[in-house]
Design a protein around this ligand. Structure first.
Ligand code: ADP
Length: 191
């Protein structure tokens, strides 16, 4: 299955992606994780994107295209993938379509995890204490939310217009949200 997960920062996308990976045995492709890893290792890419991510801005589309094209070209995605954090702009959605068309493996389903803003702010404050991510401060979060509304929310409409989007309520426990997603994917939850 080829799945795109959409949702605001703190919507639980990353958590659900991890649970889905365990459940479905698909590779988890998180652009946030790829970028944080590059920053940690001090690669050329990491040095180029560090400041941008710390401000909660988006890394330029062309930089992201190269990263995602390379990752999606690897053998392990032949059986499907869970894409988390990409696409984040309409241009990225178009680039993704082009990459996947070349590979003959189009997106099959886009799932939008829906959580209201108040709850997101509470969750991110908690994550800031637990994980200490440098972009999880109140000020940067506000910027990430604004960027999300402006640039990423239209991506959901893009998939909706193609009949690929399903919205899932992101409130409740992580298991409850997982069950909702699995039922959208029509994967049995009894096992
Ligand atoms: P969250 O899930 O909290 O939104 P991510 O871990 O997905 O955060 O991404 C962290 C940061 O990495 C983003 O705020 C952005 O700076 C950068 N980033 C990740 N994915 C992309 C992307 N597709 N395009 C541009 N920048 C990105």
């Amino acid at each position: 299955m080829r799945i795109v997960l959409l949702g605001a920062p703190g919507s639980g996308k990353g958590t659900q992606a991890t649970l889905l990976v365990e459940r479905l045995g698909l590779p988890h492709i998180s652009t946030g994780v790829l970028l944080r890893d590059a920053i940690k290792r001090g690669t050329k890419l990491g040095l180029a994107v560090r400041e941008i991510t710390e401000k909660g801005e988006l890394v330029p589309d062309d930089v992201m295209s190269d990263l995602v094209r390379e990752r999606l070209g690897r053998d392990d995605v032949a059986g499907g993938f869970i894409l988390d954090g990409y696409p984040r702009t309409l241009e990225q959605a178009e680039v993704l379509d082009a990459i996947l068309e070349d590979l003959g493996r189009p997106v099959e389903v886009a799932i939008l995890i829906d959580v209201d803003t108040d709850q997101i702010i509470k969750r991110i404050e908690l994550r800031a204490q637990e994980e200490g991510r440098s972009d999880d401060t109140v000020e940067v979060l506000r910027n990430r939310m604004r960027v999300y509304q402006e640039k990423t929310a239209p991506v959901a409409d893009y998939y909706a217009s193609r009949g690929l989007l399903t919205q899932v309520m992101g409130t409740g426990s992580r298991e409850e949200v997982l069950e909702r997603i699995l039922s959208v994917l029509q994967v049995g939850t009894a096992s």
